[in-house]
Design a binder for this molecule. Structure first.
Ligand SMILES: O=C(O)CCC(=O)C(=O)O
Ligand SMILES: [Fe+2]
Length: 267
């Protein structure tokens, strides 16, 4: 995207969303205790985010798949193949790491999850007719500095946006494979699909001035509400992709940062 800064100012611990600021944590090692799985589901559904700590940090993807299946149905999606993917249990576990030759999207831009660059707040698959409903991000290796996980709750964003901008975001925005509204749902239970990189380009279609202003207001609201948490190896973050935007700060590519990602359907 051109001329616009992403995640301008990240305020640590300033967001209003209690849930996203401090996602509930559960330990993988206690999985066999009574009610663990029901609590995992209930806490995930109420807060939109949960962290499972002490998840075995193996590259094979077995642990993140096990947790994902407790929440929903892992989805197979086409992502550019990258070195190492063959080592994953299944094609549905994606490696997120900086590689020497980043993958290139159909639009000719680097796929950010294969780079060490900042990846501004977004929801995954914003350009599909049915984006993933949840995603699991499992930290296998973390960077020494940077690589922080940026989170923003759509409920906080709606509380910050002017009504006219929120209204505009409920209109149709062109993206890579069609068009979709950015905001949906009721004011009490709003949903979002947003990727600034996707929605600022559309498929060659031009956004109206009103739409561009509304997106700028959304980016500003994200900058004001987003928080950064640091995931450590063994932490598996599970997010409601309709409610919690995520991103990550840049990091040193030589650090070998590796996350595994699974996308899920939960309904
Ligand atoms: O690197 C991360 O922590 C997140 C990457 C991401 O959001 C993605 O690949 O969709
Ligand atoms: Fe993502």
């Amino acid at each position: 995207m051109q001329g616009r800064r992403l995640a301008v100012a990240i305020h640590h611990h300033k967001g209003k969303g209690v849930s996203v600021r401090n996602p509930p944590k559960m330990s993988f090692s206690e999985m066999n205790s009574d009610g663990w799985v029901s609590r995992l589901k209930a806490d995930f559904l109420s807060g939109g985010a949960i962290i499972v700590t002490q998840t075995p940090a193996n590259e094979d993807g077995a642990a993140v798949l096990l947790l994902s299946r407790m929440i929903g149905k892992p989805m197979w999606t086409t992502v550019p193949r990258r070195p190492g993917n063959a080592d994953c249990l299944e094609d549905i576990v994606h490696r997120i790491e900086a590689v020497n030759t980043p993958a290139v999207s159909k639009m000719g831009l680097p796929v950010l999850s294969t780079t060490a660059s900042e990846f501004g707040c977004h929801t995954d698959e914003s350009y599909l007719s049915e984006p993933a409903e949840a995603i699991a991000l499992h930290c296998i290796r973390q960077a020494s500095t940077g690589g922080g996980t940026i989170l923003a709750d759509v409920r906080d964003l709606v509380g910050t946006l002017r009504v006219c901008d929120a209204e505009a975001l409920r209109g149709d925005f062109p993206h890579r494979s069609g068009s979709a509204c950015i905001l949906s749902g009721s004011n009490d239970s709003p949903a979002i699909r947003y990727n600034p990189y996707e929605f600022s380009r559309g498929k060659g279609e031009v956004l109206s001035t009103r739409q561009r202003c509304a997106m700028a207001a959304l980016d500003e609201a994200i900058g004001a509400c987003a928080i950064v948490i640091r995931l450590d190896p063994g932490d598996c973050l599970i997010l409601d992709n309709r409610r919690i935007l995520h991103g990550r700060t840049s990091f040193d590519p030589s650090d070998g940062r590796l996350f595994l990602r699974v996308r899920l359907r939960i309904s």
